[in-house]
Write a protein that binds this ligand. Structure first.
Ligand SMILES: C[S@@+](CC[C@H](N)C(=O)[O-])C[C@H]1O[C@@H](n2cnc3c(N)ncnc32)[C@H](O)[C@@H]1O
Length: 195
């Protein structure tokens, strides 16, 4: 079942902004994310809140990708400097050149992507040598709990355990640099392209 713009908006409430700013982005930076002067791709940029935080740190370029036109329109209306917003799916980055980004970021959208395994191949291709993926995302267990409470109905094929996520990244040419998780519900990963 596909989620609607209203459901996605509900997931981007005030507390979620605090969570992105104070926990996820801060953890990415603690794990080594450098933004200033770097080429950054965010998959599932939504209405652009994380984009506003990232572009404030002077990247060389920021590209936000999302499958939903309405979300991209909201993001574009923010008129952020050096930012480009494009329509597309996280599991198909073919519009981007090989080795064009220093980092690919995911703020809790990979659990919407049925082709999340393919995302690692795509990210591998578009990352420069030594480039990194920073992932903040939710486990299958966490999504089952939220769906029981809010009846959002995420697609089961898109869900993963953190072990499955890490094994898939490692199998597809990434080493795990750092990882952390809270109660096996949300995890932060930093993966580096190693071959
Ligand atoms: C709940 S919002 C999260 C947005 C923002 N990253 C945040 O954390 O608040 C989920 C976003 O993921 C996007 N999305 C869902 N499936 C996607 C896919 N396959 N590729 C790219 N974006 C996707 C939706 O359109 C939506 O904007």
């Amino acid at each position: 079942m596909e989620l609607s713009i209203g459901e996605f908006e509900a997931m981007q409430m005030g507390w979620r902004k605090w969570w992105i700013r104070e926990l996820e982005l801060r953890s990415f930076e603690d794990f080594g994310l450098q933004i200033e002067g770097k080429d950054i791709l965010e998959v599932g940029c939504g209405s652009g809140y994380s984009a506003s935080l990232i572009t404030a740190k002077n990247p060389k370029s920021y590209t936000g990708l999302d499958i939903m036109e309405e979300q991209l329109d909201l993001a574009k209306r923010k008129n952020l400097p050096n930012a480009e917003f494009v329509k597309g799916s996280a599991d198909d980055l073919s519009r981007f050149e090989e080795k064009s980004f220093d980092a690919v970021l995911d703020f809790c959208i990979l659990h919407h992507v049925e082709g999340w395994r393919t995302f690692f191949d795509e990210a591998h291709r578009v990352l420069k040598d030594g480039g990194r993926i920073y992932i903040a995302d939710l486990s299958r267990t966490c999504i089952h709990i939220t769906d029981a409470c809010f009846h959002w109905g995420h697609a089961e094929e898109a869900l993963f355990s953190f072990r499955e996520l890490e094994e898939e990244a490692n199998r597809r040419g990434f080493v795990t640099v750092k990882k952390d998780s809270w109660l096996n519900l949300e995890a932060i990963f930093c993966f580096e392209k190693d071959r």
